[in-house]
Write a protein that binds this ligand. Structure first.
Ligand SMILES: NC(=O)c1ccc[n+]([C@@H]2O[C@H](COP(=O)([O-])OP(=O)(O)OC[C@H]3O[C@@H](n4cnc5c(N)ncnc54)[C@H](O)[C@@H]3O)[C@@H](O)[C@H]2O)c1
Length: 354
């Protein structure tokens, strides 16, 4: 199995799942990751000594690297998670998003298609799972949910680059018969998410008495899925998904950004034994993100019905565990909070972000 982006937040959860206690029958997992600012080997520490695990530092846009990997290994499956993933960064500059998410995905499907056609069993014997987001569907009002039939209407450069990558993958299924499965998922939470994303940023800032910047009035609504439920969803998509199909995976647990920040603030206070309300006083409202989508919500009945998948965790308990994980793992936080990351944070707090 090839896992791209395996040193990131979700990719590393997938690698841990596949090599974990429940035997999945995977002989070898090759992680291809460029180790950008978002990729950290610290995320893979638990599996680094597993004899089935191979790490390759490389760029998915680099065709010769990808070709060499497919020549060395007869992969049965690709789980493609490598991406530029932060919407705010795509608004600052979209170059890297188009490069990695669009061109990189094209290189991967193209090399996979050519390499697998020449192998015994051909394309039909192998699977390419492309991991995408609900943001490709644009924004919802206060009602309704996305389904697999919702037309694509991406609003941010990030979402547009993911939508483009989904369409490239789709075209390789239709044109060549590459056995692809596309998954679209809502906001993930859980351990090992880089503290530039909403929840780990708020947890780490609250713990060190720094401001908790909330965009606009914090009214945007998101659906939240635990990263380990998402990892299990990807395994299910790989093993039971029908080639050529897309599946939406969601938790049915929606909350506004303001509510999520308040919940995290209260959990930090209770974990650190502080008086109630201490961290809420750190909340500061900053100018809204440009083109900020109001609401995303997912109807995951197709995945639940056809794949027998359902999330196991509930937000209330799993969010408390997540907060505890960040507070207990100060070493991990230091390892991933590089100088470059601090520069980004400085820009994030600046009032002059318009
Ligand atoms: N985090 C979420 O809430 C969420 C929700 C839905 C979908 N997704 C999708 O899931 C995937 C993983 O997201 P994540 O949150 O783990 O992201 P992440 O930013 O934590 O990790 C991305 C990984 O990709 C690697 N990478 C980036 N560019 C690369 C390149 N050119 N070549 C090789 N490796 C490269 C990085 O080093 C990093 O390890 C992405 O495709 C993202 O669009 C994420």
């Amino acid at each position: 199995m090839l896992v791209t982006g395996g040193a990131g937040f979700i990719g590393s959860a997938v690698v841990r799942l596949v090599l974990g206690e429940t035997a999945r029958g995977v002989e070898r997992v090759v992680v291809l990751d460029a180790l950008t600012y978002a990729g950290h080997l610290a995320n893979l520490e638990g599996v680094a000594t597993d004899p089935r695990y191979v790490f390759v530092q490389g760029d998915i846009c680099d065709r010769s690297t990808v070709e060499q990997l497919f020549a060395e290994h007869d992969f049965d499956a690709v789980l493609h998670l490598a991406a530029e993933s932060h919407v705010d960064r795509s608004i600052e500059s979209a170059d890297a998003f188009v490069r990695t998410n669009v061109n990189g995905t094209f290189v991967l499907v193209d090399v996979a298609r050519r390499a697998w056609e020449a192998r015994e069993g051909g394309l039909a014997a192998r699977r390419f799972v492309h991991v995408s987001t609900d943001e490709v569907y644009g924004a919802l009002g206060s009602t309704g949910r996305f389904t697999e039939a919702t037309p694509y209407a991406p609003n941010s450069p990030y979402a547009a680059s993911k939508a483009a990558s989904d369409l490239i993958v789709r075209s390789y299924a239709k044109t060549y018969g590459l056995a692809t499965v596309i998954t679209n998922t809502c906001n993930n939470y859980g351990p090992r998410q880089l503290p530039e994303k909403l929840l780990p940023l708020m947890i780490t800032n609250a713990a060190s008495d720094k401001p908790l910047p909330v965009y606009g009035e914090g009214k945007q609504v998101r659906e939240w899925i635990h990263v380990d439920d998402h990892a299990e969803a990807l395994w299910t998509a790989l093993t039971s998904g029908v080639p050529g199909e897309s599946y939406l995976f969601g938790s049915d647990e929606e909350a506004s950004n303001k509510e999520m920040v308040e919940r995290v603030a209260d959990l930090v206070d209770s974990e650190l034994g502080r008086p109630a309300g201490t961290s809420r006083r750190l909340m500061t409202y900053v100018p809204d993100r440009k083109g900020h989508d109001f609401r995303y919500a997912i109807d995951s009945s197709k995945a639940r019905r056809e794949l027998g998948w359902a999330p196991k965790r509930k937000l209330t308990q799993a969010l408390a565990e997540t907060v505890r994980w960040y507070l207990a793992n100060a070493v991990w936080r230091q390892q991933v909070q590089t100088e470059e990351h601090h520069r980004f944070q400085a820009a994030y707090y600046s009032k002059d972000r318009s």
